[in-house]
Ligand binder design. Structure first.
Ligand code: NAD
Length: 435
């Protein structure tokens, strides 16, 4: 199988002006939700202080010889936010906008995400400040290998297990795995997930996040007394997460009436042929020119009168400006951070049921966990096996969060944070403080 060297494109899209309307420092935006959950849990001050601080933050210089012979020095980060429950888990992104604050926030996010679905992992994130789309494959490989060497003291199947993120893919993960393996003198495929299947990647990983979105949407609709058959859906972002979520929701009987990507948005009240749209994007790399639906204003996609809205593209797209106009009954946050903290209460007031990102898109990290387990066992599961186990974890996790939300009369986001934080806090209490 040929490995696709093309990199994801979501990070190069320049956001529309509303995206930064409610934005604050990304770490503080994340922590405002943490604080609310910590308060409701009545978290003791000591544990609160521990959980508000990352365990380790590493900044490395990444000198690389470019194709033209010149040397460029890039800056790389790796933050291990919390490893009390197991090895740190989290992606590596290559992007000009990477900052330590952002990496810290994303590492905290991974901690809560792994805990909400009860994986035996902590949270981490990494990044290199660079423009991978302007680099040759050789330059990209040299950046990846030198960055990996820079953070190698953290890496290992028992300590820190990276994965792909913005602008990195399975090819990049193969280089990370090879660099680590050369360093330790043996082939160690469990050091990284999101690898090509030929070298220890898991079947079902590519579809896992979208599948997880479908699974929790199904649970939520059941809870709300909504029928899947004929339910209308709008999906923002038609990449890995959005297109698979759309495809699987159609299989459950839903009618996807709007889809959109960086090239534009499309509407068809009778229902879009999602398979045809996926085939179109595979051929043309975006929805530009898609004729299976009418073009619509992309901003209007989020406020359509639909049963289900799946934001699966970018962060900060549901803001205080458009939240009052949202008409969906249910929002499944396929993307990370699509709703600003300031927009949360507006959605609550409108009675919109939100499946929060740390739960809704946890299918990806769950199958990453399966990949790590399979690598460590040296025994690989069938795709049906992977999907069945994923179904078990996603539905159980949804029900756990739902029951906490009912018990404390809080929304699903707060309940998801409470679930995660109490799991991490419990382990800290049990382990005590090493002195
Ligand atoms: P992707 O690159 O495959 O797709 C992103 C999609 O968003 C593309 O269709 C792109 O055209 C679209 N997009 C970009 N800018 C847009 C804009 N301004 N308006 C509308 N659409 C726009 O990425 P992905 O893997 O599907 O990830 C999408 C989101 O889901 C990200 O927030 C990512 O962090 C999150 N996520 C992904 C995974 C995973 O396993 N892939 C797991 C957890 C969370």
């Amino acid at each position: 199988m040929a490995i696709d060297l093309r990199l994801p494109t979501n990070s190069i899209v320049r956001p529309d002006k509303d995206r930064f309307l409610d934005e604050v420092n990304p770490f503080e935006a994340m922590m405002s939700r943490f604080d609310r959950a910590a308060e409701l849990l009545d978290l003791e001050p000591g544990i609160y202080k521990i959980l508000r601080n990352p365990e380790k933050q590493l900044i490395v210089s990444v000198p690389v010889q470019l194709d033209n012979g010149e040397v460029e020095v890039f800056t790389g980060y790796r933050v291990l936010y919390n490893t009390s429950r197991g090895p740190a888990k989290g992606g590596i992104r290559f992007d000009m906008k990477v900052t330590l604050e952002e990496v810290k926030a994303l590492a905290a996010w991974m901690t809560w995400k792994c805990a909400v679905v009860n994986l035996p992992f902590g949270g981490a994130k990494g990044g290199v400040v660079c423009d991978p789309l302007g680099m040759s494959v050789g330059e990209l490989e040299r950046v990846t290998r030198r960055y990996t060497k820079g953070i190698i003291s953290l890496l290992g199947p028992d300590t820190d297990v990276p994965a792909p993120d913005v602008n990195t893919n399975e090819r990049v993960m193969a280089w990370v795995m090879d660099t680590y393996s050369m360093h330790v003198g043996r082939t160690e495929n469990a050091v990284v997930t999101g690898k090509p299947v030929e070298m220890g990647g898991s079947l079902g990983r590519k579809e896992a996040t979208g599948r997880g979105c479908m699974l929790v949407t199904r649970e939520a609709m059941n809870h709300l007394g909504l029928k899947m058959k004929g339910a209308t859906v709008a999906v923002q972002g038609f990449g890995n997460v959005g297109s698979i979520a759309a495809k699987l929701l159609v299989r459950e009987g839903c009618r996807v009436v709007a889809i959109g990507d960086r090239a534009g948005a499309f509407h068809n009240a009778k229902g879009i042929d999602v398979d045809a749209a996926i085939a179109y994007v595979a051929k043309h790399r975006s929805l530009e020119g898609f004729d299976g639906a009418d073009a619509m204003n992309p901003d209007d996609l989020l406020t359509l009168d639909v049963d289900v809205l799946v934001p699966a593209a970018l962060e900060n797209v549901i803001t205080t400006k458009n939240a009052p106009k949202i008409r969906a009954r249910l929002i499944c946050e396929g993307a990370n951070g699509p709703t600003t903290a300031a927009a949360d209460p507006i959605l609550d007031e409108k009675g919109i049921f939100v499946i929060p990102d740390i739960l809704a898109n946890a299918g990806g990290v769950t199958v990453s966990y399966f990949e790590w387990v399979q690598d460590r066992m040296g025994y690989f599961w069938s795709e049906d096996d992977v999907n069945e186990r994923l179904g078990g974890i996603m539905t159980r996790s949804f029900q756990e969060v739902l029951s906490l939300s009912k018990q404390h009369r809080v929304n699903m986001r707060t309940a998801a944070y409470m679930t995660s934080i109490s799991r991490v806090a419990t382990v800290h209490r049990l382990r005590g403080i090493y002195a």
